[in-house]
Design a protein around this ligand. Structure first.
Ligand code: THU
Length: 139
């Protein structure tokens, strides 16, 4: 990916963050998932008064994409912070989201945690979820 393409994906994550529903934590997250066919799927966190029913931004993006027939993915950009403020730090995906990523993505899947389009860090899924549990173990 070029710098421009990565910056574009980060912009999509920041745009997705605008729709976050986070009245309980006040922490809003946006994600932009790049599929193999070049399409980008946006996701945001959607909280619930029954806290455990809350959905993360990353999983929203994955479930949207998979439900539309996508099965291959190359990268995701994630941006999060307190509502109404620019991200103060990099927002890393939670453990459950890393597990969902591993269902569909290889170890080289690229994860960009971003403050803005010019300030981001890149990781590979294999770095953030080493020795993960996968479907091969139960077949
Ligand atoms: N959150 C995400 O959207 N993604 C993550 O990977 C970590 C946490 C959301 C869930 C909740 O709405 C808020 O951030 C605070 O935990």
């Amino acid at each position: 990916m070029t710098q421009e393409e990565i910056g574009g994906l980060v912009k999509e994550a920041l745009a997705a963050r605008v729709n976050a529903y986070a009245p309980y934590s006040g922490y809003t997250v946006g994600a932009a998932l790049l599929a193999g066919d070049g399409r980008i799927y946006r996701g945001c966190n959607v909280e619930n008064a029954s806290y455990g029913a809350t959905g993360c931004a990353e999983r929203t993006a994955f479930f949207k994409a998979v439900s539309e027939g996508e099965r291959t993915f190359s990268a995701i950009a994630i941006a999060g912070g307190m509502a109404g403020q620019a991200p103060a730090d990099y927002a890393f995906p939670c453990g459950i989201c890393r597990q969902v990523m591993s269902e569909f993505c290889d170890a080289d899947f690229r994860i960009f945690v971003a403050k803005d389009e010019a300030d981001y860090r890149e990781f590979r899924l294999g770095e953030l979820l080493p020795c993960g549990f996968g479907g091969a173990s139960i077949q």
